[in-house]
Design a protein around this ligand. Structure first.
Ligand SMILES: Cc1ncc(COP(=O)(O)O)c(C=O)c1O
Length: 416
């Protein structure tokens, strides 16, 4: 059990009757496990933590302390990285939408910049015109077919990814040509993140090979990094009953290809990965107090101080792994649903659970809520709850509970 009843009650009194709990040790362990798996097989290796997955500043800072680069996809995330003290040359600036100002700040600061579309080439050329003395290093996110046996592994079954510059229609080659006309530009990296539903090892083999072949063919003399993006499985709770690749499985396949492809290179390019889910999903819990257990036409509804938005902002139907912290020792077996405080019929945090029915004053702990919850959690009906860090036996707040002042920010809203 993560917490005893008296510990949970104490936390409730200090931080509110619902809150997130981040397990800092677990986060560090995830980082070390990923790093060890890859670095033991390919020395020149960098982890860029994907901010969008969970940009809690405390978490991002912890990642940076461990040695991770910041992988950002917007100026907001870029500025957050700067705000928490990340060295700008340890920021990887990706994403489909960048302004001229974004490109300028990334290049001025010598951040790792991966352009995603041909319009960004114009901005880079404009920057070079205005800054003729600076050497400009640049990466390109490339788009190529990663189907295996004619089947696309992309999420939602999409045939074609919408990201990156197409290598099949000549756009990539045109981009290289345009950029090569300016002598202070160096194309130093290729980026190839693909979001797939299966997160299979063979998909990463395909991506890594694709990037290596393009790098050897087009930027052989300047290549400094191969960035294969994120999208890996992390360690899943056993209740998911899914057999998934381990960090070692991914690393073995990817590093083997890197080692073979660059066997005869004097200076092997850096391998970059950008894990999000794999790094943080299992490091967060959401804890909420049971307010009521009522029976309606033979079914038990357990109302808690939380909402489906707190744990499953995508509103998927799967029940998450959870634990119950009971106030009393008695047991009352049955089937129940856990429902939230919003006025939506579909606000179910868990459906059709069989077991000991929670009672008023008990607490429910939902596990595995670290990815895309904090960032997708809309301020809907109620203020956002606090986030508490657990570092060994220390507990401390890393985001306070929101109040009406922050919810209706007086600098933003008009009240009369
Ligand atoms: C460019 C890029 N890198 C990394 C990631 C992280 O992916 P995941 O959280 O699945 O590891 C994403 C997610 O969409 C992404 O778009």
């Amino acid at each position: 059990m993560l917490l005893s009843y008296s510990q949970t009650k104490d936390l409730d009194q200090e931080f509110g009757s619902s809150f997130y709990l981040i397990n800092v040790n677990k986060l560090r362990n995830n980082y070390f496990k990923i790093e060890k798996a890859f670095k033991s097989r390919y020395e020149n290796f960098i982890i860029g933590y994907s901010y969008k997955t969970n940009y809690l500043p405390y978490l991002c800072k912890e990642m940076s302390k461990l040695g991770a680069y910041a992988e950002v996809v917007s100026r907001l995330e870029y500025d957050l990285a700067l705000k928490i003290g990340v060295n700008p040359n340890k920021i990887i600036f990706n994403g489909p939408l960048k302004t001229y100002e974004d490109i300028k700040i990334a290049l001025d600061n010598c951040s790792v910049l991966n352009i995603d579309s041909p319009y960004e080439v114009d901005y880079v050329l404009q920057y070079c015109k205005e800054n003729q003395r600076n050497e400009v290093k640049l990466g390109i996110r490339v788009n190529f077919d990663i189907s295996i046996n004619g089947k696309s592994p992309l999420q939602e079954g999409y045939e074609i990814s919408r990201f990156g510059i197409c290598t099949a229609n000549g756009d990539f080659q045109d981009t290289l040509k345009k950029l090569s006309q300016v002598k202070n530009i160096k194309i130093v990296g290729l980026h190839g993140h693909f979001s797939t539903s299966g997160r299979k090892v063979e998909t990463y083999e395909r991506i890594t090979k694709g990037l290596c072949h393009l790098a050897k063919k087009y930027i052989k003399d300047t290549v400094e990094y191969i960035d294969i993006g994120g999208g890996f499985y992390g360690e899943l709770p056993s209740s998911f009953e899914l057999e998934t690749p381990s960090f070692d499985d991914y690393a073995e396949a990817i590093c083997k290809i890197m080692n073979i492809e660059f066997e005869y290179s004097e200076c092997k390019p850096t391998l970059i990965i950008e894990p999000g889910i794999a790094m943080v999903a299992n490091t967060f819990h959401f804890i909420a107090k049971v307010v009521e257990t009522k029976q309606i036409r033979g079914q038990y509804f357990v109302l808690i101080d939380g909402s489906v938005h707190n744990i499953k902002p995508t509103l998927h139907k799967r029940n998450l792994p959870m634990q119950m912290v009971k106030q009393r020792d008695d047991t009352n077996l049955g089937t129940y649903h856990i429902v939230g405080y919003t006025c939506m019929e579909k606000d179910y945090l868990a459906y059709g659970i069989e077991g000991d029915i929670p009672d008023r004053g008990d607490y429910i702990i939902f596990d595995n809520v670290g990815a895309y919850t904090i960032v997708f959690n809309p301020p809907f009906i109620k203020e956002r709850p606090s986030i508490v860090a657990m570092d060994n036996s220390d507990f401390f707040v890393v985001r306070k509970k929101e109040s009406i002042k922050e919810f209706f920010n007086e600098d933003l809203y008009v009240f009369n």
